[in-house]
Design a protein around this ligand. Structure first.
Ligand code: SF4
Ligand code: SF4
Length: 118
């Protein structure tokens, strides 16, 4: 049974890559290996006949990889995952699926990643 997750409010992700770098350093991952990757889609225009504000799709979404263990060693020391700790957009949270599901339901443009701790 999956217990923990990362909630990412990608509406506020700045695309700074701090989560990627912090995870890589914490886990000593060599070049080409990642615990989380930032993906970007856009900018592209959503509606051709509307040149007013909010007309662009431009999303940045970090995606944990198979190497993400939820920062198990940090959790054992009572600390947050290092990606959450270093997120400059303050848009990542760690917690139980139950508590984060409530936050997920409260606003759009978020994703909830169930962490594989096995
Ligand atoms: S929880 Fe830890 S291992 Fe997983 S992506 Fe974040 S920093 Fe990397
Ligand atoms: S650290 Fe936060 S703001 Fe920066 S890319 Fe990662 S999720 Fe986005």
């Amino acid at each position: 049974m999956v217990k923990y997750a990362l909630l990412i409010d990608y509406q506020y992700c700045t695309g700074c890559h701090s989560c990627e770098v912090a995870c890589k350093e914490e886990h000593g991952l060599r070049e080409g290996k990642w615990g989380i990757r930032l993906y970007e889609d856009g900018p592209w225009q959503k509606c051709d006949d509307n040149d007013q504000g909010h007309n662009f799709n431009w999303n940045k979404i970090p995606v944990p990889t198979d190497l993400c263990d939820g920062c198990a060693s940090r959790l054992a020391r009572g600390r947050k995952p290092v990606c959450v700790h270093n997120c400059l957009g303050a848009c990542m949270e760690f917690g139980t699926i139950e508590e984060l599901s409530v936050k997920l339901a409260a606003k759009p443009k978020q994703v909830l990643w169930a962490i594989d701790t096995d």
